[in-house]
Design a protein around this ligand. Structure first.
Ligand code: ADP
Ligand code: MG
Length: 344
C-alpha cells in the first residue's frame, strides 16, 4: 500500500541519529570524555553503575557551559566548535557535529550540570528522552561540567536488547577510558564502578610519570621493551613507542594509533606499520605500539564517520611513507642495539 511521506518527529530523528554513535555505555563514555577534553579539562572522573547501563557519570573541570546555552547543548546540530564550512577543514577539536548530547539524551535520562569557571552558580537541565526540557535550575557544583546518564536505551527496547551483561559493558567502557588515559597522559583520569575505584591516574607531567602511566595501563613489559620514537619530517611528526619485535604479541591488543589525539583505526596506517614490521616479525605475531601522529588539521578529514574512528588523509602516500620510514629506521636501530637496556 502506498504510504504518505512524512517528516519525522525530532525525537525520532535524534533516536535514529543515536544509532550511529550510541551503541553501548562505552560509546557514551567516549563522546562525553571527548567533550571534556574539548573543554580543556585537566581532570576527568568517570563513575558508573551496572557497567554504565544503569548510570554513567562523567565529571570534568573544563571551561563549563553558560546557563543560557545548556538547553542548546542538548539540541541537535548545536555546537560551539565550528561556525562555518572552512572551520571544518581545519578542525582541531575532537567533536564538531553537535550530535552526541542530543543523541544520547534521546535514548536515556540525561542530567547536564555545569558551572562556568569563576561563575557564582552552577546550572542544571534534565531530559528524559523527551523532545523538550525544563528551564535550567541553580544547583551546587564545582567549576566544570557533569553529564549523568541513567537507564540507557530505557525507551528503545530494541537497542536495549543488544546490551550485554554489566561485566561485559564495563569491560568495553574500561577499554575506552584506558585508551583516553594513554592518549592524554597529562590529564588526571579516574574510573569508579559501583563505588570501587578501578583506576585513578594522576596527571603525568614528566617522562618518568608518563612511563609509570604506560606501565600501569599496558604492563611493565611494554615499557621495558619499548623503543621510543620521535621523528619529524616537515609538518608531520610521529612520537611514541614501538615494542621490540622479540616482544610481539599473539594478539593485536596493544596497538594504539592517535592522529592529533584521536584514536583511529585506519587501513593505510595499519598497512604502513605492518610493512615496517614485515621483516622482523614472525608470521602470526602482532606488533605492540602506541604512536601519536601530529599532522596539520587541514591535511586530514575526520568527517568520514559519525564516531570519527576513520580518517581520510589528503595525501595518503605521504603519510604512509613517513610512517613506514620512521618505524623501519627505528626498528633497525633497535635491532642493532640488541637486547640492551630499554631506551625509554
Ligand atoms: P560537539 O562536541 O560535536 O560540539 P556535543 O553534542 O557533544 O557536540 O556537545 C554540544 C556542545 O555542548 C559542545 O559544542 C560544547 O559547547 C558543549 N559541551 C558538551 N560537553 C561539554 C563539556 N563537558 N564541557 C563544556 N562544554 C561542553
Ligand atoms: Mg561532542
Amino acid at each position: 500500500m502506498l504510504k504518505p511521506i512524512r517528516l519525522l518527529p525530532s525525537q525520532l530523528i535524534d533516536q535514529i541519529a543515536a544509532g550511529e554513535v550510541v551503541e553501548r555505555p562505552a560509546s557514551v563514555a567516549k563522546e562525553l570524555i571527548e567533550n571534556s577534553l574539548d573543554a580543556g579539562a585537566g581532570r576527568i572522573d568517570i563513575d558508573v553503575e551496572q557497567g554504565g547501563i544503569k548510570r554513567l557519570r562523567v565529571r570534568d573541570d573544563g571551561h563549563g557551559i553558560p546557563a543560557a546555552e545548556l538547553s542548546l547543548a542538548l539540541s541537535r546540530h548545536a555546537t560551539s566548535k565550528i561556525v562555518e564550512l572552512s572551520d571544518l577543514e581545519g578542525v582541531a577539536s575532537l567533536g564538531f557535529r553537535g550530535e552526541a548530547l542530543p543523541s544520547i539524551a534521546s535514548v536515556s535520562r540525561l542530567t547536564l550540570t555545569s558551572r562556568v569557571r569563576g561563575a557564582d552558580l552552577a546550572w542544571q537541565v534534565q531530559n528524559d528522552g523527551a523532545a523538550d526540557f525544563d528551564q535550567p535550575r541553580p544547583v551546587a557544583h564545582p567549576d566544570g561540567t557533569t553529564v549523568e546518564i541513567r537507564d540507557l536505551f530505557f525507551n528503545v527496547p530494541a537497542r536495549r536488547k543488544f546490551l550485554r551483561t554489566a561485566k561485559t559493558e564495563l569491560g568495553h567502557l574500561e577499554q575506552v577510558a584506558r585508551c583516553f588515559a594513554l592518549a592524554q597522559p597529562g590529564i588526571a583520569l579516574s574510573l569508579t564502578h559501583q563505588g570501587r575505584v578501578l583506576f585513578d591516574l594522576p596527571a603525568a607531567t614528566d617522562a618518568a610519570a608518563i612511563r609509570q602511566r604506560l606501565a600501569d595501563l599496558l604492563g611493565s613489559g611494554f615499557v621495558e621493551q619499548a623503543l621510543e620514537i620521535d621523528e619529524q619530517a616537515g609538518d608531520l611528526s610521529l612520537r611514541g613507542w614501538v615494542v621490540r619485535p622479540a616482544f610481539s604479541r599473539s594478539q593485536g591488543d596493544r596497538q594504539f594509533f592517535f592522529v592529533n589525539g584521536r584514536l583511529v583505526r585506519d587501513r593505510l596506517v595499519a598497512h604502513a606499520v605492518r610493512q615496517a614490521f614485515k621483516d622482523v616479525l614472525h608470521h602470526g605475531r602482532h606488533p605492540a605500539y602506541l604512536l601519536h601522529l601530529a599532522i596539520p588539521p587541514a591535511w586530514v578529514d575526520v568527517n568520514v564517520h559519525p564516531a570519527k574512528q576513520e580518517v581520510r588523509f589528503r595525501d595518503g602516500r605521504q603519510v604512509h611513507d613517513f610512517l613506514n620510514r620512521a618505524l623501519s629506521r627505528r626498528l633497525a636501530e633497535g635491532a642493532a642495539l640488541g637486547m640492551g637496556a630499554p631506551t625509554l
